[in-house]
Design a protein around this ligand. Structure first.
Ligand SMILES: O=P(O)(O)OC[C@H]1O[C@@H](O)[C@H](O)[C@@H](O)[C@@H]1O
Length: 281
């Protein structure tokens, strides 16, 4: 991709005034504005030249989440680190939809060697007055079965993370990544943030609610995704990240819908569809 196109962004506008922007790099949603408020966080220090996954927005983790010993891919896989093909916008009265595509032939040979499968990933982002829907369609173009993980790594913009609350995780088992991977059960009715949090909640109900802390809430509804990751880097991790401001942990919370605790198995020739809808309520 020529350098001048490396930060190319597709803009969506709905007749109601809601707006969204999606970067071709990683097909990463970088803005979602409803009633003049941008609900998506992107760091002021995010790299926007294709040299690194965009720090913020909704990067897509695929085909792995985190790192995997046996698969020599960078953390969270290759989908967020490559340019996707722009497949066009469709406008109808109720929603504006854009489509992007990523195939194995579009990713570097090194990544194809690490995860040697033929696939076609189509990603649609639809904007309505109050909602943003993201859907992944994955086709296994091999004859053999493959396994993968995927996750919509959504960074929400908040004014004070200590005032946010996540509702809907009660009684879910979770892996506490800041506690040596301890397996715990969520006992709180609402999850709050007052320190570093990095948890993989398993088998989560499809509708959960993020109370932003200023009176507004965002409903996060996932479809065909089992798990929810909640992440805030807090002080030390924020300082350690080169593409994240030292104080920015106060203004974001990641609530990430995915299937990451177990592999998803997709037989040759089959298609798998999953996604999330965010709605300002
Ligand atoms: O720095 P990255 O690769 O974008 O990852 C950010 C975070 O992403 C979260 O989803 C993970 O649970 C964290 O462990 C990780 O630190």
């Amino acid at each position: 991709m020529p350098a001048h196109e490396s930060n190319k962004v597709i803009a969506l506008e709905h007749p109601s005034g809601s707006k969204a922007e999606i970067a071709l790099f990683g097909a990463t949603v970088t803005s979602w504005i409803v009633d003049d408020i941008d609900h998506i966080f992107v760091s002021k220090d995010a790299k926007r030249d294709g040299s690194k996954a965009i720090r913020g927005g909704i990067p897509i983790c695929f085909p792995i989440f985190g790192t995997k010993e046996k698969i020599a891919l960078p953390q969270h896989g290759f989908a967020r680190n490559n340019y996707w093909e722009y497949l066009g916008i469709v406008n109808d009265n109720d929603e504006v939809t854009v489509r992007f595509g990523l195939k194995d032939t579009q990713i570097p040979q090194e990544a194809r060697n690490a995860w040697p499968h033929s696939f076609r990933l189509t990603y649609t982002v639809s904007l309505t007055e109050k909602s943003l829907k993201s859907v992944c369609h994955l086709k296994n173009e091999d004859e053999d079965t493959f396994e993968f993980n995927t996750l919509l790594h959504t960074y929400f913009r908040v004014t004070d993370v200590t005032r946010t609350q996540v509702q809907g995780l009660t009684n879910c088992e979770y892996i506490d990544k800041v506690n040596a991977g301890a397996k715990l059960v969520e006992e709180n009715e609402k999850v709050t943030i007052d320190g570093e949090v990095d948890r993989v909640y398993k088998k989560v109900q499809d509708k959960i609610l993020l109370e932003v802390g200023d009176g507004s809430s965002i409903q996060i509804e996932k479809n065909n995704l089992k798990d929810t990751v909640v992440w805030n880097p807090w002080v030390e991790k924020a300082q350690a990240m080169g593409d994240f401001g030292n104080e920015e942990y106060k203004n974001m919370i990641c609530v990430e819908a995915g299937s990451v605790a177990d592999w998803v198995v997709l037989a040759g020739g089959q298609t798998w569809t999953a996604g999330q809808t965010l709605t300002v309520v």
